[in-house]
Design a protein around this ligand. Structure first.
Ligand code: IYR
Length: 226
């Protein structure tokens, strides 16, 4: 492998496939069409998913770019039924409070077409749940060290795990119980870690229906300056 030094730091030659413009166009369209088949699914079967697959999903997410390459994330992967039940119980307690008292009428109205409520059976039914923690800072031998662009970095990693889950033919949903400090306690995470997102992962149940959503067309999500 070719190597050079830049400012005293080792850089390796980056080798990768490139494509003709036609092939690149085709691949970009194929990828878009495939990603467009991803849907958030709340009915997750209890069919087992091997740990090795979950490990691959996590490693795929962990390839995400991050501020100063600090990789400021911890993925807690839970298949333990007792812990899943504890998390479901605590999440539903917060969610009941949210749906009944914390969320505005407008918010509840916006959620109506999606059909969510404070019942979160998927937390217990899914063979795995991954709770993503962001590391606000690093704690190394009792010393604090900075992380940078933590929300951006962890957000990108979460996007990448969604894509990896889809690629494996599995489904998930992005559950954001609020507040979610209970996850820190149940999973006994250190104080530099903050819960970011909860992803139940598994196979979809046999017959699943999802809201008839339409995604915004290009003109609504992009502005070109040519
Ligand atoms: N966190 C709650 C409520 C919720 C909020 C939004 I914005 C959604 O798109 C879906 C749900 C829950 O998980 O039910």
């Amino acid at each position: 492998m070719k190597r050079i030094e830049i400012n005293g730091h080792s850089h390796i030659h980056y080798e990768r496939d490139t494509y003709t413009p036609e092939e690149a166009l085709k691949r970009s369209k194929e990828y878009y069409d495939w990603l467009d088949t991803r849907r958030t699914v709340r009915e997750i079967a209890d069919k087992p998913v091997p740990k090795e697959l979950i490990e691959n999903l996590i490693m795929a997410a962990s390839t995400a770019p991050s501020g100063a390459h600090k990789q400021p994330w911890t993925f807690c992967a839970i298949s333990n039924q007792h812990i899943k039940s504890e998390i479901r119980k605590a999440a539903e307690k917060e969610e009941r409070e949210s749906y009944d008292n914390r969320m505005s009428d407008r918010w509840l109205k916006d959620l109506e077409p999606i059909g969510t409520d404070s019942d979160k059976p998927f937390i217990e039914n899914a063979p795995w749940i991954i709770v993503v923690f962001k590391k606000a800072y690093e704690q190394i031998d009792g010393e604090k060290a900075n992380n940078y662009y933590v929300n951006e970095s962890v957000g990108i990693a979460c996007g990448m795990i969604l894509s990896a889950i889809h690629k494996a033919g599995l489904v998930t949903l992005t559950h954001t119980p609020s507040p979610m400090n209970f996850l820190t306690n149940i999973l006994e995470r250190p104080s530099n870690e903050r819960p970011f997102l909860l992803l139940p992962i598994g196979y979809p149940e046999n017959e699943v229906y999802v809201p008839d959503l339409v995604r915004k067309p290009l003109e609504e999500v992009a502005v070109f300056y040519e």
